[in-house]
Design a protein around this ligand. Structure first.
Ligand SMILES: [Ca+2]
Ligand SMILES: [Ca+2]
Length: 400
């Protein structure tokens, strides 16, 4: 595997002169490379869709500790999870209020705690939202997806039901877990981690190292799932497999396609274009040997290459959202990906067929600390959570 060379000096100078921020070397697009059609790098604003707007970054709320996810519940209010405190909060006008909820049942260990959130599009009427988190039960623990209702005064969350249980856990490493409500159906996608157990990603009866697709209320498999005829009911929930630790899921508004974002080992963070039944090729060896490729083509059957890969070293990609809405200009239609280790928000442009066109990291989106999750607000602004461990913030990124 080779990395594509850096952008030419002339192009870089042009980009800087145009105020585009720094153009990064194009990471390996292995699927394209294999086909011999690596797309040219766009180098000027005139080739992009309009000019790149200046970006404004504001702090929405501070004083948090590892806020894992944030979602709007309307009325200027945000629902926020904090992983290690297992705390659920509502934030409005910069003020945070704790929501009463059984946080003492949440299993917190290492990378696992109170993690992703999804909010019912009909929240105004239903008051419903979903979380995924570590959970203690019967002396053991798992990661599970749970459906809640928020009280009218937003002070208390009541469990409706656990929608999916039994996502595997070990030490808390690689606990996933990302939720995404499908825009066009009743499906809920659940991105899971492999729990640092080498058997999980390719064992179709394990819920670890997968993207699951379930009915959002019942947690049942959907009739068009790829393994719906499997004998084991867990396998019927599987949409894709061979994942390491899915940290992001995002659905492109233009065509409904869903991508996952996952952490690489020492190399190759990945953005993957999901298709039913696809194998994404992570198969750590005995003893969780992580020296194997992130997409190991030597495995039986077909393995699907990433549509973007960090190469070596990784940047520790996490959450992502597609950029849409007024004012985004040249950034419209890109995938905004948060990076923990690189402490930046990266915009990836793909063409209609999800072939990589360009990567761009605007200067205002660098050096903001470790970034965890990206959420697109109804108007198009992005919310980004930091993940430094203390004095964490929720940031709002807007085009000026
Ligand atoms: Ca892979
Ligand atoms: Ca193969």
């Amino acid at each position: 595997m080779t990395s594509r060379g850096p952008v030419g000096t002339a192009a870089l100078t042009l980009a800087v002169a145009l105020g585009l921020g720094t153009l990064s070397p194009l990471p390996v697009a292995r699927a394209n490379e294999a086909a011999g059609t690596l797309a040219p790098l766009r180098t000027s604003a005139t080739e992009a869709r309009g000019a790149a707007p200046r970006l404004r970054v504001r702090t929405v709320v501070d004083g948090l500790a590892v806020p894992w996810d944030v979602q709007s519940i309307g009325g200027g209010r945000l629902l926020v999870t904090e992983r290690d405190r297992a705390r659920l909060s509502v934030v409005r006008k910069g003020q945070r209020r704790t929501v009463r909820f059984p946080g003492d049942r949440v299993w917190v260990s290492g990378e696992t705690g109170l993690m992703s959130l999804a909010v019912d599009p009909a929240f105004d009427r239903t008051r419903r939202f979903w979380t995924c988190q570590g959970w203690q039960s019967g002396g053991g623990h798992d990661v599970r997806v749970s459906l809640w209702t928020l009280s009218g005064n937003a002070r208390r969350a009541s469990l409706v039901r656990h929608v999916v249980t039994g996502l595997p856990t070990t030490s808390g490493r690689h606990g996933g877990c990302r939720l995404l409500l499908d825009a066009g159906s009743k499906a809920l996608y659940v991105g899971t981690g492999d729990a640092a157990d080498p058997a999980n990603p390719r064992t179709l009866t394990s819920l670890g190292g997968k993207v699951l697709r379930v009915h959002r209320r019942t947690g049942r498999a959907l009739p068009d799932n790829p393994f719906i005829d499997a004998a084991d009911p867990r396998q019927r929930l599987v949409w894709t497999y061979g994942h390491r630790n899915v940290q992001g899921l995002a659905q492109r508004p233009s065509d409904g396609s869903v991508v996952s974002v996952e952490h690489g080992s020492y190399r190759d963070d990945e953005v993957n274009a999901l298709s039913p039944g696809a194998d994404f090729g992570w198969n750590p060896g005995p003893g969780y040997d992580e020296s194997v490729p992130m997409t190991d083509q030597s495995l039986p059957g077909e393995q699907t290459e990433a549509i973007w890969s960090s190469g070596d070293p990784t940047i520790a990609t996490s959450g992502a959202a597609w950029v849409a809405g007024r004012g985004w200009g040249a950034y419209a239609g890109t995938l905004a990906v948060a990076a923990l280790k690189a402490e930046e928000l990266v915009f990836l442009r793909f063409d209609d067929d999800l072939a990589l066109q360009q990567t761009r990291t605007p200067a205002p989106l660098r050096g903001l600390g470790r970034l965890r999750s990206v959420t697109r607000l109804p108007g198009g602004d992005l919310l980004v959570t930091t993940s430094n461990g203390s004095d964490d913030r929720i940031l709002r990124v807007s085009p000026r």
